[in-house]
Design a binder for this molecule. Structure first.
Ligand code: 13P
Length: 279
């Protein structure tokens, strides 16, 4: 079933687990994400980035996710990831997305507040919840995201930002990167505790790929209740494709796509299971 993202993340916050938000690009990746969530009896977020709007028909994509979600045995939310343009957000809202992320992290604090406030007012009228980001993630290897400054989130800024904008969830920059790490990850758990103490809305961790499992668990214990994953699934898919096509050079595209979906379900299930924080 398709559910309201705010309710999904509030339940995660109360239950001390995190929902996986998988970046997806087509029907196979959506189906794999839902199958992974069903295998663990966990909710899941289907996240389409604004950067894929040129290649993915947004209205058709939303209809497809709603149809898949309606048949699913677990709660499914449809989320717009990293949107920089108001037009993209309005398009996602009109298509029935459950939540949107407005990324004003490259602007000054004041500009980010002003722009996020406007997005919140537009989204809330439609019953759509809003994620925003202060601070900014750096980009590691193999990431498809924009380069960020790597500035950590300041807890006092987080408090003021949430109070002034009315956002529903906040992405906190605590040292994770988009993509794979080039050295040892340097994640500031103490900073996360300070951010958690300053605000009470659900906290989001971007840059799930490559982050050691033990650190992921510690972030969930300290209030992270949505974790974004993109690069590691893409790497698993591309690696599968290379091997599969090399092994079966005269294969048909229809079976390549079906096998691709099967191949990424275990990688996604591993994240869903880790984020369930059941140990
Ligand atoms: P990774 O590519 O590191 O998994 O990060 C994804 C992400 O945060 C998308 O918003």
């Amino acid at each position: 079933m398709i559910v309201n993202t705010k309710e999904m993340l509030t339940a995660a916050q109360q239950g001390n687990y995190a929902v996986a938000a998988f970046n997806v690009y087509n029907q196979e990746t959506v189906q794999a994400a839902v199958r992974a969530a069903e295998s663990q009896s966990m909710p899941v977020m289907i996240a389409l980035g604004e950067r894929y709007f040129p290649t993915v028909d947004v209205e058709g994509f939303a209809a497809m996710v709603k149809a898949i979600g309606a048949k699913s045995s677990v709660p499914v939310a449809l989320h717009l990831d990293h949107a920089y343009e108001k037009e993209s957000i309005e398009r996602a809202i009109a298509s029935g997305f459950s939540s949107v992320m407005y990324d004003g992290s490259k602007y000054s604090f004041e500009q980010n507040v002003e722009q996020t406030k406007e997005i919140v007012s537009i989204a809330h009228i439609a019953g759509v919840s809003v994620e925003a980001e202060i601070g900014s993630l750096a980009r590691g290897s193999f990431s498809d995201e924009e380069e960020g400054s790597g500035t950590m989130t300041n807890p006092a800024d987080a408090k003021q930002f949430v109070a002034e904008t009315g956002v529903d969830f906040l992405a906190a920059a605590i040292g994770t990167v988009h993509g794979m790490y080039s050295g040892e990850p340097n994640i500031n758990l103490q900073l996360l505790e300070q951010i958690r103490a300053a605000i009470d809305i659900p906290l989001v961790l971007h840059g799930g790929s490559g982050t050691p499992d033990a650190i992921i668990v510690e972030t969930i214990k300290r209030g992270i209740c949505k974790i974004n994953v993109n690069t590691e699934i893409s790497l698993a898919a591309v690696s599968f494709l290379k091997d599969h096509v090399a092994a079966y050079p005269s294969t048909h595209l229809s079976s390549v796509m079906a096998e691709l979906e099967n191949a990424i379900v275990p990688a996604m299930s591993r994240f869903v299971s880790l984020f369930a924080n059941r140990a």
